[in-house]
Design a protein around this ligand. Structure first.
Ligand code: ADP
Ligand code: ZN
Length: 600
């Protein structure tokens, strides 16, 4: 009697086939089994519980940590004709009552709810009186201290297994770390769950990391060339830098907003909503901005500072291109970033072991920055995945970084550190090597050192690159006091003794924009198509505005692209496009056909 998963996928969501492991997951849950789903952002986790929710009798309860996320998902489901609602602290008493009675009358297919509300006695009583089709625990890594978003409320969810042992549970996360996975299983009592682990590759993201020069100019050039009018996120380390960068971008004619924990709650919320609802906004943010941003058409994520770990880098860049269309992960970093991060760790209050662990994370991140190999291979290897071939879709693959035999200069650099007593920073050391007779140098008598002036043939910039790479490889260590001084690491002995050689990457030749892909906007829309594209977007914007929802709730960019490519002539043709389910066809088919007819 009930529809098959494929029928639901097609008629409700407008898609023809399941992706990756979706079908196996959906079948497991429909058959009453538990599942733990580890899938990257944009992999299509939502359908894994939404389809079973529609296939099984009763109401699905979805636990989600963020209000914005719930609102968005519910808005999108309502558009597709699914009976969905959410309960959150933003609703008043009457609204809450109305939804509770929908629940009790069995008039809901899905109910989204925050964890702290779910575990209240009142809610648990309600739930014991209704037929529940499944529990979906979204962002399940929040239950783990190892994850970056630990929420104590999630610990209470262990009650679900005890109180509703017969209801299937599906936990979902985009966090790949094995420790977190193990934690999720224990804390949520998912020992019997089938585990579905997908590849964490994000093939549509182009990874690029370059040297920081004038970072704002670099950022501006990147956005102008490749992302005019696109939505993006720019991450900075400090609140102060967020404010300054947002302001500077606005002055340069971009539509940019700041977001960090130092802003009043209202401002933060307003900026976040604008980012979700409006098109083409740039959010400049600290890491406080992120979880639950499931805006599908973030076209780029830019880093102006080095993230603290590969995990953070992967998570933050992962917010680009959830819709599967082309997106960019772009970063500039410099030696000062490395020094800053490392000395921040040295000064932290954490215990020795913890600090060592954190340093290891920074080193892994640095290795990604400094590698001359495929970035994706290194990134995936970090998460235990083996990509047999270079990806062909990162800066190093497109434009291989030249390397050079740098053993001798590296030795000179190390001995400059040693001979000056391990008390100076990069600028000073470079001056010594280049034979600058500054007052400071002669004051210290360092012009008499054997290394003085020995590096005159190598330009300043190259020297800085050498020092940075020595730091990245751990051959040099920054001063724990944080004053920028460097000292030798034990690991540099082999090199000093002439028992090891060193190849370094040559920096000068590299451009921030790889030549072969440079200059192309991420969504490749030909100039003939531009007019229709803009017309489709503007119709979508208008429809979204009328209903107070985000544009992508009406149709995703990928669906607009499909309309652009197919130029449908009838409702029938329109209904065959990906992302056009029955309800949306009924609602918006005519409106978009009109646009096509008018412009095509
Ligand atoms: P996640 O929650 O894993 O980040 P989403 O559930 O938001 O991912 O899905 C990401 C995008 O992929 C959405 O635009 C969604 O509509 C699309 N999508 C998911 N499954 C399919 C499918 N089987 N066919 C086509 N598009 C899909
Ligand atoms: Zn690559």
């Amino acid at each position: 009697m009930t529809a098959s998963p494929r029928d639901i996928l097609h008629s409700v969501f407008g898609y023809d086939t399941f992706r990756g492991q979706q079908e196996a997951i959906v079948t497991t849950v429909i058959d009453g089994g538990d599942a733990l789903v580890l899938m990257p952002t944009g992999g299509g986790k939502s359908l894994c519980y939404q389809v079973p929710a529609l296939a099984r009798e009763g109401t699905a309860i979805v636990i989600s940590p963020l209000i914005a996320l719930m609102q968005d998902q519910v808005a999108a489901l309502l558009q597709s004709g699914v009976r969905a609602a959410y309960l959150s602290s933003t609703l008043d008493w009457q609204q809450t009552q109305a939804i509770e009675s929908q629940l009790l009358d069995g008039r809901l297919d899905l109910l989204y709810i925050a964890p702290e509300r779910l575990v209240t006695q009142r809610m648990l009583d309600h739930l014991s009186r209704v037929h529940i089709s499944l529990f979906a625990i979204d962002e399940a890594h929040c239950v783990s201290h190892w994850g970056h978003d630990f929420r104590s409320d999630y610990l209470g969810l262990s009650i679900l297994q005890k109180q509703f042992p017969q209801v299937p549970r599906i936990a979902l996360t985009a966090t790949a770390d094995p420790r977190t996975q193990a934690d999720i299983i224990v804390r949520l009592g998912l020992e019997k769950a089938r585990v579905f682990l997908s590849s964490f590759d994000r093939p549509n993201i182009f990874y690029r990391i370059a040297q920081k020069q004038k970072s704002l100019d670099q950022l501006e050039a990147f956005i102008r060339r490749e992302h005019p009018g696109d939505a993006g996120i720019v991450y900075c380390l400090s609140r102060n830098k967020v404010d300054k960068t947002a302001e500077a971008l606005c002055q340069r004619g971009f539509n940019a907003l700041p977001y960090h924990a130092g802003l009043p709650g209202q401002v933060r919320e307003k900026n976040q909503t604008r980012f979700l609802r409006e098109e083409g906004l740039i959010m400049v943010a600290t890491i406080a901005f992120g979880m639950g941003i499931d805006k599908p058409n973030v076209r780029f994520v830019a880093h102006l500072d080095l993230p603290k770990s590969m995990e953070s880098y992967y998570q933050e860049t992962g917010r680009a291109g959830r819709d599967g269309l082309a997106a960019n992960a772009w970063m500039v970093y410099g030696i000062a970033d490395v020094m800053k991060l490392k000395s921040m760790l040295d000064q932290s209050q954490a215990d020795e072991e913890h600090r060592r662990e954190e340093k290891r994370k920074v080193d892994a991140m640095l290795a990604l920055c400094e590698t001359v190999q495929c970035r994706r291979q290194l990134l995936l290897a970090h998460f235990g995945e083996d990509l047999p071939q270079p990806c062909g879709h990162c800066d190093n693959c497109i434009e291989p970084a030249p390397t050079w035999e740098a053993t001798e200069p590296a030795r000179l650099a190390l001995s400059a550190v040693y001979r000056t007593g391990s008390r100076y920073g990069v600028e000073y050391l470079v001056d010594v090597l280049r034979g600058e007779r500054s007052e400071r140098i002669t004051g210290n008598g360092h012009e008499t050192l054997a290394v003085f002036g020995r590096g005159i043939d190598i330009p300043d910039k190259e020297w800085r690159s050498i020092f940075r790479q020595l730091l990245a490889r751990g051959l040099l260590q920054p001063d724990p006091e944080g004053f920028g001084a460097l000292h030798l690491d034990d690991s540099c002995r082999a090199l000093l003794r002439g028992e090891a050689t060193l190849m370094l990457r040559r920096e000068q030749a590299r451009t921030v924009t790889p030549r072969k892909t440079g200059g192309k906007p991420a969504l490749d829309i030909s100039s003939e198509d531009r007019v229709l594209w803009e017309a489709l977007r503007s119709r979508r914007r208008q429809l979204a505005l009328e209903q107070g929802v985000a544009p992508y709730v009406i149709f995703h960019d990928s669906t607009l692209m499909a309309i652009l490519a197919a130029r449908p002539r009838s409702l029938d043709e329109m209904g065959r496009l990906a992302g056009v389910g029955e309800k949306k066809l009924e609602r918006y088919g005519e409106a978009f056909l009109d646009v096509v007819n008018e412009y095509a």
